[in-house]
Design a protein around this ligand. Structure first.
Ligand SMILES: [Zn+2]
Length: 332
């Protein structure tokens, strides 16, 4: 499942318009467009996801790139979740001049970018091929629209507001997570199936906690690891919470507190929808400026988990020396 190459596709190609085959000078009425400089595109990304809105501990912004060089032009941008080698190679393959990822390459300081470290190899691959790397992480999480808006939209939910509002936003739209309405309401089991169908395919799929028939009308969502937000989820009084990386204790305690249903998706799957949203946002900027810029969204699954072994079905009772009979769920 990892590295599924089925999915590198160009937004423009997908829309069926394809690259314009005419030379730039063809047709006196043709709109004159030019590739923007790297610094122009980075300024546009900073306007969409201002670096100062990132968490203190985060490391966002431009990781590598010949930023001050006016000759550094951007004709193609690739959006992806993880700045891993597979994605760097994809950026080279697709002819990207700029790679925009959600996760930082270096979250903490480093003393080396030597190519015998995996992060150094990513840096070398990108620089050798003239590709810049830019990160929008927690500043994209809380943005309007942000990572959880993209997740809600992928799930077919209507956003009604942020789960943890950013007090500095007078419009009250920015913040962490989103509270959403599910219209029409669905039983939990059906909503889980719908989520599994709509999110990228991962080995994990969706783990569910709750009564399968209980109707879900309101849902809180948080792209990425969301088990620090349970207080806000409880305060919101929603029927279900969909996020990633739910750990045993916070999940167990949440279930003991209330009938809140939990849906745990792969971290990658909850954040990937942002790539499409982000690419569309940059498309709109390019359109406004008349830039000759193409955006691609990587459809490579970089979820680190590659397989899932469902628990073995309960064996019929009988004399056995199978050690599985000592495990929970097996007959005594
Ligand atoms: Zn994440």
């Amino acid at each position: 499942m990892k590295g599924d190459p089925l999915r590198a596709e160009s937004r423009r190609t997908r829309r069926g318009t394809g690259p314009d085959p005419r030379p730039r000078w063809a047709g006196s009425l043709a709109r004159v467009s030019a590739q923007p400089t790297l610094s122009e595109v980075l300024a546009a990304l900073d306007a969409l996801w201002p670096r100062e809105r990132a968490e203190q501990w985060d490391a966002v912004g431009t990781v590598c790139g010949d930023v001050p060089n006016p000759e550094a032009r951007v004709g193609r941008v690739l959006f992806a979740v993880d700045p891993v080698q597979e994605i760097a190679d994809e950026a080279v393959r697709t002819g990207a001049d700029l790679l925009v990822t959600h996760h930082p390459l270096y979250l903490r300081g480093t003393t080396t970018v030597a190519a015998d470290t995996f992060k150094g190899r990513v840096v070398h691959t990108l620089i050798r091929n003239g590709i810049a790397l830019h990160v929008a992480h927690t500043n994209a999480d809380t943005a309007d629209p942000g990572v959880s808006d993209a997740l809600a939209s992928a799930l077919g939910l209507r956003v009604t507001g942020p789960l943890v509002p950013d007090g500095t936003d007078p419009a009250g739209r920015r913040g962490l997570g989103r509270i959403c309405a599910l219209e029409p309401a669905l039983p939990l089991a059906e909503f889980a199936q719908q989520a599994a169908r709509r999110l990228p395919v991962t080995a994990q799929g969706i783990r569910v906690a709750g009564e399968p028939d209980r109707p879900v009308r309101t849902v809180a969502v948080c792209g990425g690891s969301g088990d620090s937000l349970f207080d806000a989820v409880r305060a919101a009084g929603v029927d279900a919470y969909l996020t990633a990386d739910l750990r045993h204790h916070p999940a167990s305690e949440a279930r003991e507190h209330s009938p809140l249903a939990l849906l745990d998706a792969a971290h990658f799957a909850t954040e990937w929808p942002w790539c499409e949203q982000a690419a569309a946002q940059l498309d709109a900027v390019a359109e406004r400026h008349g830039w000759d810029l193409r955006t691609d969204v990587s459809r490579t699954v970089t979820d680190p988990w590659t397989a899932h072994a469902p628990s073995a079905p309960v064996q019929p009772a009988g004399p056995s020396t199978d050690p599985a009979h000592d495990t929970p769920g097996a007959p005594n």
